[in-house]
Design a binder for this molecule. Sequence first.
Ligand code: ATP
Ligand code: MG
Length: 254
Amino acid sequence: MAEPQAETKQNDKILVAEGLEVSYGATQVLWGVSFSVTRGKVTCMIGSNGAGKTTSLNTVAGMLRAKNGRLLLNGDDITSLSPRDRVRRHISLVPEGRQLWPGMSVEENLLMGCFLRQFRPKAHPGLERIYGLFPRLKERRHQMAGTLSGGEQQMCAIGRGLMSEPQLLMLDEPSLGLAPRLVDEIFEFITNIARQGVTILLVGQNVNYTLQISHYGYVMETGRITLEGSTEMLMNNEFVRRAYLGIAEETPSK
Ligand SMILES: Nc1ncnc2c1ncn2[C@@H]1O[C@H](COP(=O)(O)OP(=O)(O)OP(=O)(O)O)[C@@H](O)[C@H]1O
Ligand SMILES: [Mg+2]
């Protein structure tokens, strides 16, 4: 009989990325990047501009190919699967910059989250679920997405990402360009989604909030993971505090 503890540990990881190497043409930008995402938890990736966070998420979603390394979803090797096959396996990416169809209504944008045939029967119950989570989207369901406020557009993009009932929801910079009040609101939504048991991989520019709502985090610098640990540990790490939280350590006065 399998040892129960070992089994739990193995099942714990929904996604494992091992040694990802990714290039744009001749320029390599990921150098042996390894990370994992624990089921039912929020895992985050922080790092300066151009570090490779978006590249990492796009590689998990299959939009970019790793020339080395592999990706395991629940232990299955998905490295060579197409983006569409990864959506079929309930991997969902809410991309940087939202990428909504501005001339389509909120509801039409949400329905695009169910574009694969296998998800279509779930489209209507899905809409009800999303409207329950985001009543503001229900009120605005016939409004063109391009006329929504920045915060509402982000809700719509997250809602679209949730339509396929993801087992892994990846959010790339969900608070980018939002006014402080809306940043609060978006992080509150993400916390609510996480409370419902959705596993999240979050890339966040707002490091303070991102660490607060995550359980575990990775720090990425110029294409490499340079630090990882519980978010509690990261929040107390001197480098993270200085580089990302803007907190200078107190130096003892003479
Ligand atoms: N389509 C592309 N073609 C060529 N180089 C690219 C492309 N996309 C990204 N890069 C480069 O790859 C590196 C990693 O970029 P990436 O967008 O993954 O960083 P990031 O950590 O998401 O940054 P940011 O915080 O600014 O969003 C950068 O040096 C960037 O210039
Ligand atoms: Mg990015």
